[in-house]
Design a protein around this ligand. Sequence first.
Ligand code: AMP
Ligand code: MG
Length: 352
Amino acid sequence: MEQRTAYWRVDPIKPDPRIMARAGLILRQGGLVAFPTETVYGLGANALDGLAVARIFEVKGRPQDNPLIVHVADRETACRLVCRVPAGAGKLMDAFWPGPLTLVLPAAPVVPRQVTAGLDSVGIRMPDHQVALALIAAAGVPVAAPSANLSGRPSPTTAGHVLQDLNGRIEVVLDAGPAGVGLESTVLDLTGDVPVILRPGGITREELEKVIGEVRADPGVDGRPGGEFRPRSPGMKYRHYAPRVPLVLVEGEPERVAARLKELAGIYRSRGLRVGVLATAETAGEYNGSRVVVAGPRQDPAAIASRLFAALRQLDELGVDVILAEGIEPRGLGLAVMNRLRRAAGNRIERV
Ligand code: AMP
Ligand code: MG
């Protein structure tokens, strides 16, 4: 592998075809290219090349049993990776592709087991980003890509985050500015009778139900640890999205959350700890004496989603000893935000 990771800036709307051709060739030859999508930055490898895919697991330190999502630039490629297209899949592709919706479908034998982690299904999506689509088209192969971070860390929403985690371990990072949605795709399992959300993300349950009727949520989607369920999406069982510093999440009515956070901050400070607070705009002024990072207004979960991972990385860099985070209402995109925060908190969650 090269010593340093090449850094290529590209226009987010009209990427230079020569740069995309070079990056596509690197993928086709078995290299790893980090690229922007509308959700977060992805770490791509040729999905049909089991060895290239295995390197993704190696550089991220990703658990071997956590399957990868395959990214495609056209529906025909998606259909070639699947042995049976279940009812409803076409409608969902019409409605949400390109976009932050991953469909879990019965895998065709061409999909290497390194991608599916040995499952008989494969997760596929078409990203809504000109650079991602141009890269996949230039590669001429489907591209397996998890988030381009070290496993367990907050997902990268900028090329800078990618380099913080993976500099020197991958061939190229394409920089097209910050990712828009800021949270990963919704993962929807279509292999059973009723579609099941395995991971909440950029497309909400309400939006899905408008198109295909009843959708269930896997018991793991609210992100609470513990419980008896066996994860159907292997990714759900790992601590994830987490800053290095311990994070305590407080959920409930906004005023009570702020009151409890202030109390906790006082307790920690009296023990000589430096406290960071991940706050909503409405209550950010309440935390004198703590380092405060504002995620966004409670009224606008989409804004919080887009800033969440950058805010967690920022809190890490402030050199605090503990992070106290305000919960928001787990509805719509707020559910995806709370899924990530709960997973980042592990079992340090308080309800007030
Ligand atoms: P990441 O690549 O980090 O965005 O994570 C991908 C997520 O999709 C993980 O939670 C995986 O467990 C999930 N996933 C990918 N493929 C499948 C599949 N075939 N069946 C169930 N979950 C999947
Ligand atoms: Mg990830």
